[in-house]
Design a protein around this ligand. Structure first.
Ligand code: ADE
Length: 225
């Protein structure tokens, strides 16, 4: 999968993909992520890419021209399955959306900043909008990093058996069960016996029961879906 990201703050996207699973996915050649500084398509020598909003009000808006030129240029290189705009007023991102996006070949993600992007770009170019939650971030970059991470780890070949996503929270609409590691007795608090008895069938049943209980207690809404 190839992911292009258009941003006015490419620095914010350097670290998230340079470590751990995202780093390995790129080293294996399964995932490539490329950030593009919108200022490359600025309208003048002052590197301007934003302007005041019509009608007045605080906050700058990313202008349509640099965004359209950036998207047009990138579209010459590849055909995108989705052109995604990160925005708090989009549909909320979840594991199901991550699963679906992990099957795509090419994604283009647009990060807003300040007040967002000109509405006409949303109408003319954007095929999908994503919010990562009901709160407002300073820009779409951190939200984009969340989406790329959640999607990237699901691409076949990125995770191995040990880190398999099959048992993650939210797969099957269930939260993950509790996990324990050594020591078996930590300051008097013991690991549930069933986990140390070496019967995989019993462990599986226990984990499923714990998942169900946890979901009922913490996220009953998931069980309604
Ligand atoms: N940009 C600012 N806030 C955001 C959010 N919650 N989700 C996606 N993009 C955003």
């Amino acid at each position: 999968m190839h992911i292009d990201i258009i941003t006015v703050v490419p620095e914010l996207l350097e670290s998230p993909f340079s470590h751990s699973i995202m780093k390995r996915a790129q080293e294996k050649g399964i995932l490539t992520v490329q950030s593009h500084n919108l200022r490359k398509w600025a309208i003048n020598k002052h590197m301007q890419v934003d302007d005041y909003q019509f009608g007045g009000g605080a906050g700058m808006v990313l202008m349509p021209e640099p965004l359209a030129n950036a998207i047009d240029e990138l579209k010459k290189e590849r055909t995108y399955d989705e052109i995604i705009y990160m925005t708090p007023d989009g549909p909320r991102f979840n594991q199901q959306a991550a699963n679906q996006l992990s099957l795509k070949d090419n994604l283009l993600i647009i990060c807003g900043h300040y007040k967002g992007i000109d509405e006409r770009i949303r109408q003319q170019y954007i095929t999908m909008e994503i919010s990562v939650g009901d709160y407002v971030l300073s820009g779409g970059e951190l939200a984009a990093a969340i989406v790329v991470d959640a999607v990237g780890r699901l691409i076949p070949g990125v995770l191995n058996d040990e880190t398999s996503a099959l048992f993650d929270s939210f797969q099957d609409n269930l939260l993950a069960p509790p996990v324990y590691t050594r020591p078996a007795d930590f300051r008097g608090s013991k690991v549930p016996e069933i986990l140390t008895q070496g019967d995989p069938k019993k462990v599986e049943a226990w984990r499923y029961e714990q998942s169900l209980q946890r979901t009922k207690e913490r996220r009953p809404d998931l069980l309604d879906e």
